[in-house]
Design a protein around this ligand. Structure first.
Ligand code: SF4
Ligand code: SF4
Length: 196
């Protein structure tokens, strides 16, 4: 049975260091204050579609159930609207925790393969790092190639038509000197922690 679906969890499912890793990330420090009131789940515009509601994400995260939270679609459906964070009576950085979990999921490759968002995030970053700008059409092409290559090849004719009518461009947008931005990006920690 999928670990997300089952209600009973065992001590052996826990990762003993996971909660501490998340607590160490910016905005996640107050996770243990959660009183499980579910205000976050009630106010979240996406919770109906989430495999685990924000309340459950907080509970499972602080108890170290790494696989459950990193494999849930919740972290990818979060739109970063911050409503839960604003309304939380304990001022918990729920949106920041969602970001931290996304970052962990990308780092460990734990996300479900059906989710295109992590691939989009990676390609977006690579493009900004290389050119200083995003070329939307190129980004979409890369995303399709990595997620639905057969469908992408089938769309070749449509792409040519759109290009002829000027509604689609294959032009690469580039900053005059992306080197400074590249250095700044390389100086950032990749695990979401602040540099001391
Ligand atoms: S609103 Fe805050 S305290 Fe209430 S369940 Fe959500 S995270 Fe916990
Ligand atoms: S920030 Fe994410 S989890 Fe919080 S209410 Fe918005 S969509 Fe839901």
């Amino acid at each position: 049975m999928d670990p997300i679906e089952r209600e009973i969890r065992y001590e052996s499912d826990r990762d003993p260091t996971f909660a501490d890793e998340i607590r160490a990330m910016p905005g996640c420090e107050l996770m243990d204050r959660c009183i499980q009131c579910a205000t976050c789940s009630g106010i979240c515009p996406m919770s109906d579609a989430m495999e685990l509601t924000p309340r459950r994400i907080i509970e499972l995260t602080r108890n170290g159930f790494k696989n459950d939270v990193l494999r849930a679609n919740t972290i990818w459906l979060c739109t970063s609207c911050y409503q839960c964070q604003v309304e939380c009576p304990k001022k918990i950085g729920i949106t920041d925790i969602m970001y931290a979990l996304k970052s962990k999921a990308i780092e460990s490759g734990a996300y479900g393969k059906k989710f295109t968002i992590p691939i989009l995030a990676r390609e977006f970053y690579a493009m900004v790092k290389a050119n200083g700008r995003v070329s939307e059409s190129r980004l979409v092409q890369r995303l399709f190639m990595k997620t639905q290559p057969t469908r992408f090849l089938g769309m070749g004719r449509l792409g040519m038509k759109l290009m002829k009518t000027g509604r689609f461009s294959n032009k690469v947008e580039r900053m005059r000197n992306p080197e400074g931005l590249r250095r700044a990006l390389e100086a950032l920690p990749t695990d979401g922690r602040k540099r001391s």
